[in-house]
Design a protein around this ligand. Structure first.
Ligand code: SF4
Length: 372
């Protein structure tokens, strides 16, 4: 039996955050599309699953965008469709991403009844000035209110945080971590703020309205976060992810361990049977499904060697590292690059197992693109 994960992209947000480079649309512009979008999504699920059999679904993840923006009646439709093809109650982990502004008790109770058992809350920071600077719609008061509601319904909650904000220092970062720990989530994801071309924050950086943390400050910040969370009982298991024992994200582990997944919704990605697919944007998506076509914008059949390289790199994100015995057929050039990274102290090799050093983690994006 084949084991896969499912990702569903809900591309709507209340407002575009200044740093965001995900595929998301402000609902002010697109709110008339909710019904049409869900009908297309149901169609996409039907087309995919009627072609497949003998599957076990490991995890389902509603990401975005802001999945918590849409009404629970839409989720009922989605789960009804899933239940025609597999038993949703057999799926171990079903996550929904939520923005604190959209957390309502009744809605989240209904979502729990449908089978959702994990919530990932987009907190980012508890500092109201920075929340405003990042263009978030919520304030810190909303975070505490949202967590109170969520904790009365769910055990498995993740908090997303960002560090490296212009004007932020280690004292403010410490305050964020203290407040996050006070809320007792089972999982914390913490990302270094990135400035992507095309975002407002990127423009602000270019005109020097804001600044980027120096590499030294980033390293201090990262070590500070790591120590604080480990000292508070969290396991550091992936570059940006920490969890309490037994609460590692099943869905994300499937990505990092190279498992297969099907992505539904506009702009989502699929990796299935050695093929990589990308769906088109909302309009392309709706139009394709209207014609009963799957909404692929791109499709690439990957060679075994390319799959091996990608899986190796994904594996390397995990602090547990990569077992070199599993990757015998990578080319000499790849091993040469790897050896250079070991000499530079960015990768540590013990017997036949390798993992990123702390310095390596801090430049991991460069390492991954080098190795590709
Ligand atoms: S809520 Fe998330 S997906 Fe939406 S704009 Fe902000 S960062 Fe992007």
């Amino acid at each position: 039996m084949r084991e896969i994960s499912i990702y569903i992209h809900i591309p709507f947000c209340l407002k575009k955050c200044k740093y965001c480079n995900f595929y998301s649309i402000e609902i002010l512009n697109e709110k008339n599309y909710f019904d049409i979008f869900i009908d297309s999504l149901i169609k996409e699920i039907k087309i995919w699953f009627s072609k497949l059999n003998n599957l076990r679904i490991k995890s389902i993840y509603f990401g975005g965008g802001t999945p918590s923006i849409i009404h629970e009646k839409f989720y009922e439709k989605i789960f009804n469709e899933f239940n025609k093809f597999f038993d949703v109650s057999d799926v171990k982990e079903i996550t929904i991403e939520a923005n604190p502004e959209t957390v309502e008790k009744l809605k989240f109770k209904e979502l729990k009844k449908l089978g959702i058992n994990r919530v990932s809350l987009g907190v980012q920071t508890f500092n109201d000035n920075f929340l405003y600077e990042l263009g978030r719609v919520h304030n810190s008061k909303k975070i505490f209110e949202a967590m109170e509601i969520l904790k009365s319904i769910y055990e498995n909650i993740n908090i997303d945080l960002i560090f490296g904000i212009s004007g932020e220092n280690l004292k403010i970062l410490e305050d964020d971590l203290t407040k996050a720990l006070y809320l007792e989530p089972k999982h914390i994801s913490i990302y270094n703020l990135e400035f992507h071309k095309g975002t407002k924050l990127f423009d602000d950086l270019n005109i020097k309205k804001i600044y980027k943390w120096s590499e030294i400050k980033e390293k201090r910040g990262y070590l500070f976060i790591r120590n604080k969370l480990i000292n508070n009982g969290f396991i550091h298991y992936e570059i940006s992810n920490f969890s309490k024992d037994g609460f590692q994200s099943i869905h994300n582990l499937n990505y990092w361990l190279g498992g297969e997944y099907i992505g539904f919704g506009p702009s989502s990605y699929t990796f299935f049977k050695n093929t990589w697919y990308q769906n088109g944007n909302l309009h392309f998506y709706i139009n394709s499904l209207d014609k009963n076509d799957l909404p692929f914008l791109k499709r690439e059949i990957l060679s075994n060697q390319k799959i091996n390289k990608i899986l190796f790199i994904l594996n390397l994100r995990l602090l547990s590292g990569v077992d070199l015995n599993k990757y015998k057929d990578l080319d000499d050039k790849f091993y040469e690059k790897l050896n250079n990274l070991i000499k530079e102290g960015l990768i540590i090799k013990i017997n036949n197992k390798i993992h990123l050093s702390i310095d390596g983690i801090l430049v991991s994006n460069r390492i991954f693109s080098d190795l590709l």
